[in-house]
Each structure stands twice: as C-alpha cells, then as structure tokens.
Design a binder for this molecule. Structure first.
Ligand code: SAM
Length: 215
C-alpha cells in the first residue's frame, strides 16, 4: 500500500537528488512518483527512500537512487523510445524508464529476480518485455535500440551492445575493475561511436560471455 509517509519521503528523495546535481526534471518526477519501497524486501521498506543501494535476492542490489537517476539522465530518454536494460534486478530502474514513457525491454540473468521484477512491474500496471539470460549479448531480435542501460559493472564495453544501437542511440554503461567503474556513454552517429566518461561508481559485476566470469 502506498502510504502517505512514503509519498512524503519520495518527494524528499527527489529533492535530495536535485541538490546532488540531477537536473533532468522528468527523471526527478519519475523518482518522486515510483513506490521504491515495493521493490525491496519488507524488512528494508523503511529505508527505501534513503539515497542508498539496498540488498535484494541472489546477493544483488537495488541501485542507489542517485545512480539510477544519473544513468537515466545520461540516457536522455524520450517518450516512445525503445530502451534495453541489462540487469532487471528489482525492477526499479525499469519502472523509472517506463514512467518516463520508454518502451522497456529488460534482461536479467537470475531467474528468481527476473520473475519477481516481472511480477512487481505488472502489479504496478506497467507493461514491458522481460527476458532471462545473458544480457551481454544484447537482444538482437528487437534491435536497434534508442538507448541501452547496463546496471552492472563491465570489464569492457560489449561489442554486441554497441552494434545494436540505432543511429543516434545512447549506451550508458559502468566500465572498470571490480572495485570502481567509470560511467561511460557511447553515442552512435552512423558508423561512428563517440565515447564520454563521467563519475565513478561501484556496481555488482556484469557476468556473462562479454562480461566477467561467474566465479
Ligand atoms: N536495475 C536494477 C534495479 O533497479 O534494481 C539494478 C540491479 S543490480 C545493481 C544489477 C543486476 O544485473 C543484478 O540483478 C544482476 O543479476 C544482473 N546481471 C549481472 N550480469 C548480467 C547479465 N550478463 N545479464 C543480465 N543481468 C545481469
């Protein structure tokens, strides 16, 4: 249930992110709207509107709201655009993209998280395409993508993801070693790819054929 206290805290979280430098009001509005507490275990519901990552099943995390906001801002999502998310996790980042009017396609490697994200998003009334598998290969059947957001830390930029971008498409991906990753944005213009580097973050690893080994 979306209680009054949560609504107030959500608004406060959006204000906090604005103060921390998030400028895209569409992103802030989505964060101020989506009930983050339903994406976490009930034991953490009271901490859902803190600007921090929280544990979810399978030793994974729901990303810190600042991180979600920053990645979404860099993605420059416009209503109706086709967006691929790698790492559905809790489903929260997906909800932010859907709330902004994106057509969402999302891939998660853990079956349990895949099912749970699908269930929560549908309960909230969102429609998206879900897949369980290795997202480092992208999702060729529905490519090209206006945007791709990778929500786990990659050792390198997977070639398949770059190649599935539409002309003008953006790929936002944290790249680095296991302790720190730099947020990278690739923009495709025809056959050219520009690469921009932003702030440092710490993500759970992107595991797969074009990611880290599962160890
Ligand atoms: N977007 C998520 C959210 O809002 O909760 C963030 C989830 S967490 C930081 C990253 C997720 O990426 C984890 O659930 C993890 O299992 C998943 N993941 C890691 N490697 C993956 C891969 N190759 N393909 C798909 N999902 C992957």
């Amino acid at each position: 249930m979306d209680e009054f206290k949560f609504r107030k805290r959500r608004k406060a979280l959006a204000d906090e992110l604005r103060e921390k430098g998030i400028q895209d009001e569409h992103v802030l509005k989505a964060i101020g709207t989506i009930p983050r507490h339903v994406f976490v275990d009930s034991a953490f519901a009271n901490r859902a509107y803190e600007d921090s990552a929280l544990p979810i099943a399978m030793k994974q995390t729901i990303s810190q709201p600042y991180t979600v906001a920053r990645q979404t801002e860099l993605l420059e999502v416009k209503p109706g655009e086709k967006i691929l998310e790698i790492g559905s996790g809790s489903g929260y980042q997906g909800a932010v993209l859907l709330e902004m009017g994106a057509k969402l396609y999302t891939i998660e490697r853990h079956d349990e998280l895949h099912h749970r994200a699908r269930q929560i998003l549908s309960k909230l009334g969102y429609r998206a395409m879900f897949k369980c598998g290795d997202g480092t290969q992208g999702w060729n059947a529905y490519a090209p993508w206006d945007g791709i957001v990778v929500t786990a830390g990659a050792p390198v930029i997977p070639e398949a993801l770059r190649n599935q971008l539409a002309d003008g498409g953006r790929l936002v991906i944290p790249v680095g070693d296991s302790s720190t990753q730099s947020m990278v944005r690739i923009i495709r213009e025809g056959d050219q790819f520009s690469e921009e580097h932003y702030d440092n973050f710490k993500f759970v690893p992107l595991i797969g054929k074009n990611g880290w080994n599962d160890s």
